[in-house]
Design a protein around this ligand. Structure first.
Ligand code: NZQ
Ligand code: ZN
Length: 385
């Protein structure tokens, strides 16, 4: 097993009705920026619940953090925080609102132009404005990690950053919030979390036996509850297992001591930046083709996955191939279209565009073995048309 350090200071407050604890979790006397998205929290009553549980606190609201949050929007919140002398931020929303708040938190006291946080992938290790979250969409794991992805609308760049100062102080995860989610967002959540596990699992055989078993447990749980929760989001057993699986998929635990990949996400972010395709759907387009192009170096782990998750038998090559087919089948069951051409007609130059961008950024050796060259990148994207 590889050496590792595990640090995760987020207090996770999980379960039905836990929003009642909000006033105990927010620092006493704090002036709060209540940050949210396009208004779903008004329709499902979560805004009212938050207000009811923050009686006595001074609150300034900031609305309009869009899906795939924009740098340009978030900088407006940075100005509000400075003008209003805010000392705590509460993010109420899905991954986009939480990621947006991570950027705001890091940008307020940043010495320099905050766009550098994104373009130079800086690590924010201090001076962040403290924040907590009320999660409304299980998917990203952002409620219990220190990563974030923000889009610069002006340049159509979707860039990841993070740092140890960007963990939420607390996250309230009440599985009943998923009842108001559209089917599409429930499907997205399952596939995003599934792919997070795959990025940390589908590499090569290693000595992280426990990490593998935990990862496989999350995959199996998502396969079991994913299709059902889309039709029955009010079923608490399904909702709670779905939500906890999403958090566990990306709270740092399964990635410690083992190789990681993350190339599916890096390529997928480009498809969102270029075409506005939902994050999870970009992963369903790219992931299986990345496994195909990297077949020779991933096949042993693919075969382990095929045996343990889908009970497949045969030779390593046979199981590994069939495991990719089963993954695509699962994505189809989860309502995903898995080809770029199902989302846009404008794809003939996509591979060249992404290859040029990664070349300029110096991303020429991605993946757990640094063997995803620009040539392989081109093959993966072209196979995804
Ligand atoms: O904006 P509102 O009106 O709130 O509506 C949202 C939004 O339109 C709606 N929604 C959220 N909760 C709802 C609800 N509608 C009804 N009922 C509820 N309870 O859902 C829509 C999508 O929300 P969004 O936050 O964009 O979705 P998600 O949680 O999937 O987040 C996606 C973003 O997270 C990033 C992605 O790149 C993308 O930008 N990621 C962040 C990661 C991280 N920080 O660790 C890792 C991921 O890999 C991912 O990259
Ligand atoms: Zn993701």
């Amino acid at each position: 097993m590889l050496n590792f350090e595990l640090y995760n200071p987020t207090k996770l407050v999980f379960g039905k009705g836990q929003i009642n604890k909000l006033s105990e979790l927010v620092p006493k006397g704090a002036k709060i920026l209540l940050a949210y998205g396009g208004g779903s929290i008004f329709k499902n009553g979560i805004h009212q619940q938050v207000i009811d549980n923050l009686k006595g606190f001074e609150i300034v609201e900031f609305s309009g953090i869009e899906p795939n949050p924009h740098f340009e929007t978030l900088m407006k919140a940075v100005e509000v925080i400075k003008a209003e002398k805010i000392d705590f931020i509460l993010a109420v929303g899905g991954g986009s609102v939480i990621d947006g708040v991570k950027f705001i938190s890091g940008a307020v006291n940043f010495d320099g132009n905050p766009i550098d946080i994104l373009q130079k992938h800086l690590l924010i290790k201090e001076n962040a404005v403290p924040f907590g979250t009320v999660l409304t969409l299980p998917a990203t794991g952002s409620e219990m990690n220190s990563g974030s992805v923000v889009t610069i609308a002006a340049t159509q760049e979707k860039l990841a950053f993070g740092g140890s100062a960007l963990f939420p102080q607390f996250s309230i995860c009440d599985p009943t919030v998923i009842q108001s989610l559209p089917k599409r967002q429930l499907q997205n959540g399952v596939v995003d979390a599934f792919t997070h596990v795959m990025e940390q699992y589908l590499t090569y055989p290693h000595e992280g036996y426990l990490q593998d078993r935990i990862a496989e447990g999350i995959l199996q749980t998502l396969i079991e509850v994913g299709p059902k929760v889309v039709d029955n989001p009010a079923d608490y057993a399904l909702a709670s297992n779905f939500m906890w699986s999403c958090t566990m998929a990306l709270n740092g635990l399964i990635q410690k001591g083992v190789p990681n990949d993350w190339a599916t996400h890096m390529i997928g972010h480009e498809l969102t930046a270029l075409y506005g395709i939902d994050h999870a759907r970009t992963l369903a387009i790219i992931g299986p083709n990345l496994y195909r192009v990297l077949f020779e170096t991933k096949k042993e782990k693919l075969a382990q996955y095929g045996k343990r998750i889908f009970n497949l038998s045969g030779t390593v090559d046979e199981i590994a191939n069939e495991a990719i087919n089963k993954t695509v089948e699962f994505f189809h069951t989860m309502g995903m279209d898995t080809k770029l051409s199902q989302y846009t007609d404008d794809y003939s130059k996509t591979a060249d565009f992404i290859v040029n961008r990664f070349d300029e950024r110096g991303w020429k050796a991605m993946g757990e073995r640094q063997n995803i060259t620009l040539e392989k990148l081109k093959a993966i994207v072209e196979m995804s048309y």
